[in-house]
Design a protein around this ligand. Structure first.
Ligand code: SAH
Ligand code: SF4
Ligand code: F3S
Length: 478
């Protein structure tokens, strides 16, 4: 089989940040692709962050515009796409595992078209490995060119060759793309793309390009349309939403956007992710005054030690983070704070780790995603020598998790006896007699009900029990 190598990734190029205008691409489907998917099915496996989930919704929308129908069984699908994540080695290993399974499926069904996209192919080492060892992968593309899906699919079909198009550019903005949204009552809304923070451990600035904000008019229109369609909740997405607007060169920043979106009539607004350095008073005030902005914030801290924070290039200290939390609590007293923490950054000492535990005790996060540092090729931290054993890193993670769980539960106990407003997501995973959904503070709440007409609605639930990771409650009659 002959490879059609259109474009390969280049990490050095991906690191460049040039002063050039961001291009907006307005999606429209050319006639030649309209019936490409007639009588055919597609399936997308999605890994990674909400950014990838949102991208998969766009790809699903594009497939359906081409006439494809979503397959019920992925392994019987005509096209299978893996939308991948490169954040840590274990995220990547999962995907290599799925690819291994697909090898057998492809042997049984040689006409199946297998594609891989997202953050992994943006890494040189991944695309090289795919080309060398995974001959059954037909299509490789990245994060910057999902608008090109119809053309890439057509080429893969008709040339029967491997099609590779990974762009290591600063990235554009895609507007007017069709979307097949997963949910009918809550939606992801991208407000910006990329990241310019360059935390020394992180691959995202290389896989996602520079920070670029969507025009406020486009975001406000998207949310207004969602309101008209009956959506209750939006989560605004970006790797660093607090940097919204900075690249547009106007005075209009994230706090202004929150206030304007509040006026659209959407009932609930959340956002992720925030960088503590860029979270400003205007945003905190907007959170306090806009009724629709939920009293909950995910504010990744990564470490509680000043030396490690410096080595991570996080640009704040333990004390600065505490001061920010104090201000947040002054304006939004009941705010539920969650975070991300990395243990075992190269050469992290026991004392430095203890500073992280100290910060967790001081802030009492109501939940945290905790990770063992994973070296990412091409990032500055990956070049550091590391004298901490993996065993010790696991021990630190376990110790941290015990503390995190303690405050997770304390956070859930706070609402015991209260009547909370829950947006009902669906039937509880563990018990078909229960429905589940999220409170304003983003607490997962289960309550007994067989009334499936409540799904997608706001209901009142009295919290009767607090577990570590969720709450139990009883439906309250209006
Ligand atoms: N933009 C977001 C999060 C991006 S990735 C932010 O800055 O908050 C989600 C989380 O993965 C990060 O917050 C960090 O805790 C973790 N992470 C990123 N790179 C990592 C690495 N190399 N090893 C371990 N964890 C990592
Ligand atoms: Fe990665 Fe840091 Fe950007 Fe988050 S802010 S995506 S951790 S570089
Ligand atoms: Fe993973 Fe890429 Fe998101 S690396 S966390 S899918 S931006």
């Amino acid at each position: 089989m002959k490879d059609v190598k259109i474009s390969l990734p280049d990490l050095l190029k991906a690191r460049n940040r040039k002063q050039e205008e961001t291009k907006t691409i307005h999606f429209s489907l050319a006639k030649e692709y309209e019936n490409l998917g007639k009588d055919k099915t597609y399936y997308i496996f999605t890994y990674g962050c909400q950014g990838n989930e949102a991208d998969s919704e766009v790809m699903a929308g594009i497939f359906e515009k081409m006439g494809y129908v979503k397959a019920t069984d992925p392994y019987l699908s005509d096209v299978v796409i893996l939308n991948t994540c490169a954040i840590r080695e274990n995220a990547e290993n999962r995907i290599w595992g799925v690819l291994g399974n697909l090898k057998g499926v492809k042997r049984e069904n040689p006409d199946m078209l297998i594609g891989i996209c997202g953050c992994m192919p943006q890494e040189e080492k991944t695309t090289n490995r795919l080309l060398e060892s995974y001959p059954f992968v037909d299509l490789i593309f990245g994060t910057h060119n999902i608008y090109n899906l119809p053309k890439l699919i057509k080429e893969a079909y008709f040339t029967k060759a491997k099609v590779v198009e990974v762009l290591s550019c600063q990235g554009g903005i895609l507007e007017d793309a069709p979307k097949h949204r997963e949910h009918k009552h809550k939606a992801w809304v991208n407000i910006m793309y990329g990241c310019d923070e360059f935390c020394t451990y992180c691959i995202v600035p290389y896989t996602r390009g520079k920070e670029r904000s969507r025009a406020k008019e486009d975001i406000i229109k998207e949310v207004s349309d969602l309101v008209k369609q009956g959506y209750i909740e939006v989560t605004l997405l970006g790797q660093n939403v607090n940097a919204y607007g900075k690249d547009l060169g106007e005075d209009y920043t994230f706090g202004d956007l929150l206030c304007d979106l509040d006026k659209t009539g959407i009932k609930r607004i959340r956002y992720t992710t925030s960088h503590p350095r860029d979270l400003d008073l205007k945003t905190i005030k907007a959170m306090a005054t806009c009724k629709s902005v939920m009293p909950q914030l995910h504010l990744p801290v990564q470490s509680g030690d000043d030396n490690i924070l410096k080595k991570m290039n996080r640009k704040y200290t333990h004390q600065m983070y505490l001061d920010l939390v104090k201000t947040l609590k002054e304006y939004i007293p009941d705010i539920a704070l969650t975070t991300d923490i990395i243990v075992g950054f190269p050469n992290e000492t026991e004392e430095e780790f203890q500073n992280t535990l100290k910060l967790v005790e001081e802030v009492k996060f109501e939940g945290a995603f905790t990770f063992i540092y994973s070296p990412r090729e091409g990032t500055p931290a990956a070049k550091l020598k590391d004298d901490v054993s993996l065993e010790e890193k696991h021990r630190r993670l376990d110790e941290l998790n015990v503390l995190v769980d303690k405050y997770y539960k304390e956070g859930n106990l706070k609402h015991l006896g209260n009547v909370e407003e829950i947006l009902v997501d669906g039937v509880s995973k563990n018990n078909p007699d229960y429905l589940c959904g999220y409170s304003k503070h983003l607490k997962l709440v289960n309550f007994k009900s067989s009334d499936h007409s409540l799904i997608g609605k706001l209901v009142n639930v009295k919290i009767t029990e607090a577990k570590t990771w969720f709450q139990m409650g009883e439906l309250v009659d209006e």
